[in-house]
Each structure stands twice: as structure tokens, then as C-alpha cells.
Design a protein around this ligand. Sequence first.
Ligand SMILES: [Ca+2]
Length: 303
Amino acid sequence: MIAKDRNQTEFSRTLEDYLAIAASDERVAKGRANYARYRGLLEQIEATYGVDGNVVVAIWGLESMYGERRGNVPAVSALTTLAYDGRRGAFFESQLLAALRILQNGDISAEQMTGSWAGAMGHTQFIPTSYLAYAVDFNGDGRRDIWSDDPTDSLASTAAYLARSGWRKGQSWGGEEGSPGAVAGVTRIQPQAGGPVFVVGPNFNAIKRYNNANSYALGVGYLADRIAGAGPISGRFPPDRYGFTADQRKQLQKLLTAAGYDAGAADGVFGDETRAAIIAYQQQNALNVTGEPSVALLTRLGQ
Ligand SMILES: [Ca+2]
């Protein structure tokens, strides 16, 4: 788990890659289905905390794929290991103490208090200090239960967190420059050189209190808009370091898979699967094995 902590790939991804993953076809479709399924609950949450249901669902989708990936590592064990690692020892030590206090409060047993390798727990991956500060019992059973299959307390707790972080009821987070959401914005940002410009407002900063990265907050806002029915970003990103656009990357992935070399989902994001498919193709066809895409490769596959 420490190795994983030191090798977080999302930091080397471009914003274009990040948004493609954040609002993948799967995540948008499942988000729309969950938004419909929990509409009544989300309306109650919105009435209580003033936070839009589609934003809460977007955080749920990004944090755990709507509860599918909540993590099954015992939190105390994970945090104890990280607290003694040293690099961020003080942070994880405070999380460990908070986790022990959660157990003391009786909201959950030690066996059931599971989460990610980094001690983030439940449907929306609360760290223990956030749980203590913001979690709520929304279904009224007397326990703040973010670990249950039932996401009620997790979703309400997420809205409570945003409300306490300065969320302004009835305002959008912002949007791509020129889009309707952007009218709520006050700050222009262009996180990827040559890419689309976004105009963001106070609610963008509220989302960043959940995870302090522009890419994360844009991912939440963009996914929330897609869940509510909006289409993809209209602005273009510049070609990548191979000279490929997203459409060309998707095309290469599709052609590799069609040729019998599984490149993974044709999402326009090059990862380990695409790289392995390129290597296998190059080996099988007696080409120079680089594992890297090229226009020559795309042309050859397309013939
Ligand atoms: Ca409860």
C-alpha cells in the first residue's frame, strides 16, 4: 500500500485524460441511473443542505463508482501502517486517532470499518477526521453509517460537507467558457495549456475542499453536468506528445482490439492495456518494439 501511495498515476495524466476517465461512458450512464434511482432521497438532501443532487452523485461516482469500489482494507490496519511510514506520518497518525474515536463512538465495529489502502471510507471515501466533522445520520437509525450498502448517510454526509465548505444554493460550480453554467463563474482557469477555458465560481472552491485539485473539481463538475443531461465539452485539447488527438487515440485503440490485441476501453486514454496491445502487435508483426503509438502504426492498422 505504501508503494501505491508513492505512485499515484493521476498526477501524470493530462486534464484531458482525467476528464475522459472522470466522465467515461460507464460513469455517466451509471450516474444517470443512480440519479434516477435515488431521486427522492437526493431531493430530501437538497432540501436539507442546499446542494444539488447531481453534484452529490458525481462525487459518489468519482470516489467509489457509486459504491462499487468502497475498499475492503481494515481502516485501523491501513492507517497504522501509513502512520509509521514517516513520509506523511503526522497526517496518518491524526487519521488513525480519529478512526479510533469513531470506534469508541460505536458507529461501526472494527471489522466493518473498512476502506481504501489510504484509510478513505465508505461510498464517498471520507477520511476519519472528515467523518468526525461532517458525517450525518440521515436515515434516522441512530448511527452515522457510511459503510452500509445503503448510501443514504454517505450521500447526505457529502452534501453536509459541501454545505459547510461554502456551497451556495442554486448556483452552478461554473462551466466551460461560453456554456450556461459559466455565468456563475468569476475566475477563468485553463489547467491544460492549449485546452478549453473554464469559468468557475465559489462552488468550485467548495468542491476543492473535498479534494484540493483543479482536475478533481472539474471532474466532479463536468460529471455532474453530464449526469444532468449535458453533452461533452465542446472545446478541443491540443494533440498529445505523439501528435494524436483524442479521436485518433480512440481509433488506434479500436483498431488494435479489432485486430485481436485487446487495448481496453476505447476511451482515448493510453494506459497499460493499450501499451501492452501495441507491444504485442509490434512483436507479432516484426516491427520495432517501442510500446508507443505512432501515425505510421495507426495508418498500418487502418489498412
Ligand atoms: Ca444512519
